[in-house]
Design a protein. Structure first.
Length: 547
């Protein structure tokens, strides 16, 4: 997987077949970055005192690869440089390991027509002088492309002008430098959350290092598939990863036994194997359903999260909670099942309706309310930059929220500690109750329900005399400033307090008949309690607008 440290003052090695443009593009790239360019083939010839063709003829390929390896080892000590490697260098296991460890590798990916056009007049290529060039190149592509796919970055350059490919490389390197990598370390597993813009274009390269087999199943809802599936599958094709796609309807109602059964059946009918990863491409609904399917089919297959909503990027994709809803409540059937990697491409949020973006933002604020008053202050200062999709602040917001969640779940992966992961449920019990009462029909989005649930908890704690009113007012003002609901009166539907209280009895945090509430002593000061009585809740709900 791409290591950001390799992007700073380290060599960049261009790999690919003959004719991919490694020398031509490498010189332009070196000029653009103001660093030296070196061609390993030329250096090999200087070292050997003869041409590569002569080395092949007199000493054979094995000796050539040995010399090439030693030359490349010497060259990459001269960092930073742009190194154009020979077509077979990356295929040699020792040289490949050296390049992957000490350079940023970029594969210039070309189709056979492009290569044929570029090398049609070449007569100095030993591998091409023994027969039909198309046939030879096609065979080389079959054997080498799956190995080239281990490169850090993959740049398609089919019939592109050199300047177009150069621009693509420079922009990809720039995005890679700004990619944020957040490690999640749990007792029995660890994985990375990758955060940045346009990561979906490199998804194939990003997941290649963790794949046990080069095939995946993609589960996506129909709306997300129309927007982002092609970008994902293009990256998988280039990375030589086979895939099958399963589409599901959008919406909360898809998190059900009905669609869970349909997904499982399709996976089995398409011959899913225990080492075949499932990729969830979409929001929280897709991630929760796909994760539960991954946890249960064949008793567990690898799972990859590619969240495309702000809510799923900052919350549901991290931490391993998966599940479906039932008629009695939300997320009552599921499993704790961690992904192998999370790729949070914040560029996908550009297609997100503003209301959904704001709903996702509520989960970032919630993190600050739980145990990070500095994060809440940061949200107060930069909310408009986040919600206007200024990527400097948007990417940082995602990272901050994920880092907060990682810290909480590290010591309480399975929600066994009342002072641990349970705190992440601030606002959720009342929020889920509102969603259930409204039938998950979109009148209130999950993030909106969480925001309103948080406001209700702050009001309740002020009502109980345990939270300063100024803190509650501050929370209400901030949610109001970004057009999130702060009162049941903001819902354009009459709600019965008795119905909401009945829904609360089916919350998964009920123990010995009493619901575990997340209460607050102020901003960033949460605690758990089972001592909230129905009378206080009823008073809260009626005062807030229930009938």
């Amino acid at each position: 997987m791409l290591n950001k440290k390799k992007l700073i003052n380290h060599p960049i090695a261009l790999i690919g077949l003959m004719g991919a443009g490694k020398t031509t593009i490498g010189k332009k790239l070196a000029q653009a970055l103001s660093i030296p360019f070196v061609d390993s083939d030329q250096e090999v010839e200087k070292t050997a005192g003869c041409t590569i063709a002569d080395i092949f003829e007199q000493y054979g390929e094995e000796e050539f690869r040995r010399v090439e390896h030693e030359v490349i080892r010497r060259l990459i000590k001269q960092s930073p440089i742009i190194l154009a490697t020979g077509g077979g260098a990356f295929i040699h296991p020792k040289t490949r390991a050296l390049l992957k460890e000490q350079t940023t590798t970029i594969w210039l990916h070309c189709n056979v027509e492009t290569l044929l056009e570029r090398i049609s007049q070449h007569t100095h290529r030993p591998l091409l002088n023994s027969g039909n060039k198309r046939h030879i190149l096609s065979n080389l592509m079959m054997t080498r492309y799956p190995i080239y796919a281990e490169a850090d970055l993959i740049i398609p350059c089919h019939n592109n002008l050199v300047e177009t490919t150069l621009t693509h490389i420079l922009s990809t390197l720039e995005r890679a430098k700004h990619m944020r990598t957040l490690p999640i370390q749990l007792s029995n597993t660890k994985y990375n959350v990758l955060i940045g813009s346009q990561l979906l274009q490199q998804a194939g390269a990003l997941i290649t290092p963790i794949l046990s087999q080069k095939k995946v199943f993609i589960i996506a809802d129909e709306n997300v598939a129309a927007l982002h599936l092609q970008t994902l599958t293009n990256s998988l094709n280039i990375a030589q990863i086979d895939f099958e796609t399963i589409l599901i309807p959008p919406g909360e109602n898809t998190k059900s036994f009905k669609y869970f059964e349909q997904v499982i059946n399709q996976l089995l009918e398409k011959n899913v194997e225990r080492k075949t990863p499932i990729i969830a491409l979409g929001g929280g609904v897709t991630g929760d359903l796909s994760g539960f399917a991954a946890a249960t089919v064949l008793r567990g297959v690898p799972f990859i999260q590619i969240p495309t909503t702000l809510l799923s990027q900052v919350d549901s994709s991290v931490g391993g909670k998966t599940g479906i809803n039932t008629h009695t409540g939300k997320n009552l059937v599921g499993a704790f099942y961690q992904p192998q990697i999370v790729i949070a491409d914040t560029h996908t949020l550009n297609t997100l309706p503003q209301r959904e973006l704001v709903a996702g933002y509520a989960e970032i604020v919630k993190a600050g309310l739980i145990d990070d008053s500095e994060l809440f202050e940061w949200c107060e200062q930069y909310s408009q930059k986040i919600l206007s999709k200024d990527h400097q602040y948007l990417d940082e917001a995602v990272e901050r929220a994920c880092a907060f969640k990682a810290r909480i779940i590290k010591n309480d992966e399975f929600e066994q500690n009342s002072k641990g992961r349970n705190l992440l449920n601030l606002g959720h019990s009342l929020g889920h109750t509102l969603e259930a009462e409204l039938g998950y029909d979109g009148r209130i989005l999950h993030g909106e329900a969480v925001a309103l649930g948080c406001c209700l908890i702050f009001k309740l704690c002020t009502q109980l005399g345990i939270c300063p009113k100024e803190d509650t007012d501050r929370v209400l003002r901030h949610f109001q400033s970004v057009a999130l609901p702060t009162s049941i009166k903001d819902i354009d539907t009459p709600l019965k307090a008795s119905n909401l209280l009945q829904h609360l009895q089916h919350d998964k945090k009920v123990k010995d008949g009493k619901l575990l509430f997340i209460l607050v002593n102020g901003i960033g000061k949460t605690f758990t309690s089972q001592d909230v009585n129905e009378k206080d809740l009823l008073e809260l709900l009626i005062n807030d607008g229930c009938v």
